[in-house]
Design a binder for this molecule. Structure first.
Ligand code: GLY
Length: 356
């Protein structure tokens, strides 16, 4: 365990403990109340864009667009489109790993702070950019979430083009996973290359503009080899991403089932509303995730077998990322350029149990 960080958190959490969850959006007003560990830290320069580690090119793109005056949601959707359209990123969009039947099913959601609107799609097939479809749900309908065939029909009606999302590489990975399921079936196993047993991917991106407007987006192909129709946290507003223009934004990547139960993105924003700095808020969310995890997913020391990663930024431009285990990184772009930074963590790398 990272003792120093835990001690630090205990102290700063205690400092924040007097604040209540009832602070209203109106009361939070324009300036985030500052308390706990970050009391003496001056607000950092805006704009800021943050994302999961696969979003390095995306945060650079989004930052550039925001610096030129783009709307923050337009900018971060353009940022995640880079990964959605990259066949080498097997966690999102084109080339995403398929479900157990070899079908790529995509999830995404977004929120636009200034207008307080949201949109989402789940189990969407045949459209490489679910983030744009989610934004179209937000922009053109009175609904928030469309799923499955309804989501696809909507996308086609809106002019999105259908394409085969299963690349040769993803098909090969799926066939090899399938072959290994049963040693007694008629599919031959391949020993050379089975690195992917199962994986979670996803890209989350959040931005605050120079004037303090905020947006968030998350897009994914979900859990590899999932049951058809499985939906993770990414398209669930409040779980996979959330933003409140008076406070900040947060999002996640990793095991959606663990996040959905704590509404992690919403919880992080609520913790920031109470006055916690982004890192402190995210570590509290990680602790809540572990507290809410069923026994079969924890080892005998209470360490989780899965990965989950959170990202958050506050209206005043502070940002952070946190994960269960040491070693995570996330992408940041601000006036200092685009780069990867280390994520905060609850447990040291060597405490990580082998995946079961
Ligand atoms: N966080 C992505 C998923 O669980 O689908």
């Amino acid at each position: 365990m990272s003792i120093d960080r835990r001690e630090f958190l205990r102290t700063s959490a205690a400092a924040a403990a007097g604040l209540s969850l009832t602070t209203s959006t109106a009361e939070a007003a324009d300036v985030l109340p500052v308390s706990g560990s970050q009391t003496s830290v001056a607000p950092l320069a805006r704009p800021v864009v943050i994302a999961s580690g696969n979003g390095l090119r995306g945060v650079a793109k989004a930052y550039e667009m925001i610096a030129k005056g783009s709307d923050p949601l337009d900018a971060i959707v353009a940022g995640v489109n880079i990964q959605e359209l990259d066949p080498e990123d097997q966690s999102v969009g084109l080339g995403g790993l398929p479900n157990e039947e070899g079908v790529v099913q995509l999830d995404a959601s977004c929120m636009h702070g200034p207008t307080r609107r949201a949109g989402a799609v789940a189990s969407l097939e045949g459209i490489a950019t679910p983030s744009l479809v989610a934004k179209a749900v937000m922009d053109y309908t009175d609904h928030i979430l469309l799923v499955g065939p309804g989501a696809k029909k909507f996308a086609l009606n809106m002019g999105f083009k259908e394409q085969d999302l299963l690349t040769n590489k993803s098909r090969q990975d799926w066939l090899r996973w399938k072959a290994r399921l049963n040693a007694n079936d008629n599919w031959l196993d391949h020993d050379d290359d089975i690195s992917i047993k199962f994986s979670t991917g996803t890209i989350n991106m959040n931005a605050v503009t120079a004037s303090g407007d905020i947006a968030s987006v998350t897009t994914t192909s979900g859990l590899a080899w999932k049951l058809p129709g499985r939906v993770g946290d990414s398209p669930i507003v409040g779980a996979g991403q959330y933003c409140d223009n008076t406070v900040g934004a947060a999002g996640s990547t990793g095991r959606g089932e663990a996040n959905i139960k704590v509404c992690g993105a919403f919880l992080a924003v609520e913790f920031m509303r109470q006055g916690m700095a982004p890192e402190q808020a995210l570590m509290k969310v990680m602790e809540r995730v572990i507290a809410m995890t069923e026994r079969r997913l924890l080892n005998d020391r209470g360490r989780p077998y899965f990965d989950l990663h959170f990202y958050a930024l506050s209206k005043d431009g502070r940002y952070s990322s946190a994960t269960a285990y040491q070693g995570g990184q996330f992408a940041v772009a601000n006036e200092k350029g685009a780069r990867l930074e280390d994520s905060a963590y609850l447990f040291k790398r060597e405490e990580r149990p082998a995946r079961r």
